[in-house]
Design a protein around this ligand. Structure first.
Ligand code: XMP
Length: 511
């Protein structure tokens, strides 16, 4: 019996991860492998069904990623999407051609054949297309199931072998029957809907206990969602054998340490040591202007402090990390969005240096699944929905050399931005919103006097994954409230400006 999961083979589509998401939303666990995975790797995953993603290539291009023949030999249902369909058609003896009428965007789909893949779905609907090639002559084994105006072959099946192909993208929201189609495919494969966060927590605790036994585990707590969920999950599984270390580098937001210590650690009875290393970090950062140098100093100092503390605990066997699934996929796929790799790591280099086995209970989860696990574990809503905060903290939001006075000014401005975002209900609508302190003084007038003070820049962006971002169109009145409050309440600031750059060509953070 194959396992109750779907394997998605990534041919470089921008939306491969969405396929994985949709399958999981339908209650079935899914994993992604790159197109170049070997037959052993594919068989080793032992999936109950396989989905072939779309991709930017043409099947007949010289270097186009190919279909591993093992996929058709495993006897499990296969669904090819777009490029995936073309690969199947090509492999089974069909003929492909460049479309004269390339279709990008919505198309009117009509179901013309009878198949369990379309069971219960409307005959006519809108579907999202994005393709340059099409199936000119389908293989003899295929029945045509659906068409559009420009495309005679928009969906096919070989019911006897349970092989399906669609030219449109069921994984994107704009395809009206997408969700239903994916559910039907899972039903055809006989897969059970058993993936939910409560069962994940149960299974994960068992796996952790099995891996760790009576060993000691340490965990670097950063106050972020991922590391906190890891810590709480581990503490539930192994209790006292988990030791959390929170390195306060003096670059945190106001009350950050207290919040983690009083709200999270106390509530969950975490074994937590907070190290106040702010003097050390600030002395090393003194007069350093270059952003990359600042990041490196913070990274190295973090590792040094963490190692010194860990050594005090005696023998520790495991290091727990909040690695999430997008990190894992990004590191193995050379294709598609996965080719652009983020280089930000809070504890970069730590595992290699510390010679400990890793415990990574969130390795298979997407970010919103991590949040759902957090909710399952009872973490407060506001905590789970925190916006991302960079490992180097406020050091990369004080432009140029960092010192305690500047950090204090920025912290006060930041509190106002966070308060206003939350009370206006905008906090969860944007990806990030924060203040940046510029190394720049300008003239102002307050009361009867002339001022010569700092400038604070306000940055707020919308994004889905931080790879690209747009500046948030915040209401003018809201911007005005923030500007007024910062200038009135934060000594040392007399001007607030709003950053209207997108990423690319700018980045989200200023350094
Ligand atoms: P950029 O500035 O590159 O930021 O557009 C993209 C996202 O990553 C966050 N960021 C970091 N996160 N360590 C982190 O953990 C870092 O060194 C780091 N630098 C940037 C940033 O806040 C944004 O969400």
């Amino acid at each position: 019996m194959p396992q109750n999961k779907v394997l998605i083979v990534d041919f470089g589509s921008q939306v491969t991860q969405l396929i994985a998401r949709r399958v999981r939303e339908a209650g079935v666990y899914s994993e992604v492998l790159p197109a170049w995975a070997t037959a052993e790797e594919i068989k080793g995953r032992d999936p109950g069904a396989i989905i072939l993603s779309g991709g930017p290539s043409s099947v007949t291009d010289e270097n186009a990623p190919a279909l591993n023949p093992v996929i058709l030999e495993m006897g499990v249902p296969v669904l090819g999407i777009c490029y995936g369909l073309q690969l199947l058609s090509h492999a089974l003896g069909g003929e492909l051609a460049r479309s004269e009428d390339r279709e990008y965007g919505p198309a009117e789909l009509e179901i013309v054949g009878d198949s369990p893949l379309f069971e219960g779905l409307p005959k006519n609907s809108r579907a999202w297309m994005s393709h340059g090639d099409k199936v000119k002559k389908q293989p003899a084994c295929f029945n045509v199931l659906a068409s559009t105006k420009n495309l005679a072959v928009a969906a096919v099946s070989d019911e006897s072998k349970k092989i399906y192909g669609v030219q449109f993208h069921p994984e994107v929201h704009h395809t009206e029957i997408g969700e239903g189609l994916i559910k039907n495919f899972l039903k055809i494969a006989g897969l059970k809907s058993d993936w939910n966060m409560a069962s994940f927590v149960e299974r994960s605790m068992e796996t952790i206990r099995r891996q760790v036994g009576d060993g000691k585990v340490i965990c670097a707590l950063s106050g972020g969602v991922d590391s906190t969920v890891v810590a709480v999950l581990l503490s539930k599984a192994i209790g006292e054998n988990l030791h959390c270390i929170f390195v306060d580098h003096g670059l945190l937001r106001q009350d950050e340490v207290a919040e983690v210590r009083d709200k999270i650690a106390a509530h969950y009875k975490l074994n937590l040591t907070v190290i106040d290393a702010s003097d050390l970090f600030l002395s090393r950062l003194k007069d350093v202007e270059d952003p990359e140098k600042k990041r490196k100093i913070i990274g190295h100092t973090f590792i040094e402090v963490f190692e010194t503390e860990a050594a005090k605990l005696g023998k520790v066997d495991f290091l727990a990390q909040g690695t999430v699934y997008p990190d894992v996929i990004e590191s193995i796929s050379p294709l598609g969005p996965s080719a652009v790799i983020k280089s930000h790591h809070n504890v970069g280099g730590l595992p290699e240096r510390m010679n400990m086995a890793l415990v990574e209970p969130l390795r298979e989860l997407f970010k919103d699944e991590v949040r759902a696990v957090g909710a399952e574990l009872g973490l407060p809503h506001d905590f789970i929905w925190r916006q991302p905060f960079p490992g180097p903290g406020l050091a990369i939001r004080v432009i140029g050399p960092v010192d305690k006075d500047k950090l204090d000014v920025l912290r006060k401005a930041d509190v106002i931005v966070q308060e206003e975002l939350r009370s206006s209900g905008l906090y969860e609508k944007i990806w990030q919103g924060f203040a940046v302190l510029l190394p720049l003084k300008t003239v102002g007038v307050m009361g009867d006097g002339r001022t010569y003070e700092n400038v604070v820049a306000l940055r707020a962006v919308t994004s889905v994954d931080a790879m690209t971002a747009d500046w948030a169109r915040l209401p003018y009145d809201f911007l005005e409230t923030i500007s007024r409050r910062i200038i009135n309440e934060v000594a040392g600031v007399n001007r607030v400006v709003y950053d209207i750059s997108s990423k690319p060509p700018s980045t989200i953070e200023w350094e």
